[in-house]
Write a protein that binds this ligand. Sequence first.
Ligand SMILES: N[C@@H](CCC(=O)N[C@@H](CS)C(=O)NCC(=O)O)C(=O)O
Length: 289
Amino acid sequence: MLTLVYLHYSPWSEKAAWALDHHRVVHARKAYVPMLGEPWLRMRVKKLSGPVTVPVLFGGHDLWEDSLAIARYAEVVGSGSSLFPGGTITLDPRVLEFERLAEELMSSGRARAAERAAQREDVLVESLPPMLRGSGPLAPQIGKLGVKFLRRKYQTGERTHQEHLERMRRVLDRLRAVLSGRTLAGAGGHDAEGAEAVGDAAAKELSAERPGHTSASPLALPHAYMLGSFSYADIACCAALQFVKPVADAYIPLGNASREVWTDPDLTDYPDLLAWRDRVYDAHRRLRI
Ligand SMILES: N[C@@H](CCC(=O)N[C@@H](CS)C(=O)NCC(=O)O)C(=O)O
């Protein structure tokens, strides 16, 4: 039996879980507890040093240690429509580029959310597993240690809060440009460099495919998908938008305080991308039965 070890609220885990569910891959799920669960995870993945992360998919003697690797595996063994145009052996460079953009959005989003969470006792307690939540005055201290641990592990201090914000904006502007069928003037930058080509190619493809797409909503972007039809690129980008504003509880349940902290107060000007994300979720996020 396959088992996905995951953090239910983490967009990295969501990418893997979405691909497994999309392809109807039967598996069990085991919740991971950051920091406290690490010794156990190290033993399971047989890594004494270096970072270990979730999601990890375990199956017999095999394991897949990365969200993209898990999605590729799901594509090979599962059913349902393909998420990887061009197959999984050599990945389409456009898919890799969207994966990279999503990674930038998520890693800077994590840095900013961790900073906000560190100042909120209610969030620190809410993010603990139920058995630790009731540990009285110790609970926020454990939560604080957990956030400190994650900030160090992911070196979130390598950029300032503002630099993380600008990095997120560059990615968001790029995603908006792709879904709008244009490239935003002056939207270049170090991190998003090279994405221009992806944006242009995808936009051309989308323009050809969906020229007449309209919607009643003023928030509608002209194109429904990053690569013309639903793919892993959409999964990666939709999951990453969790750090701009979390998706509905029906998809990823969050406590009220956590939901507040995951919502980036400086990124309120992307309602069109969030509306796109919500439409893709409603249309394609197959939930487990
Ligand atoms: N490249 C990995 C990155 C996964 C990742 O960053 N996981 C974080 C999610 S917040 C994690 O494991 N956090 C818990 C921890 O480090 O203890 C993937 O895509 O699977």
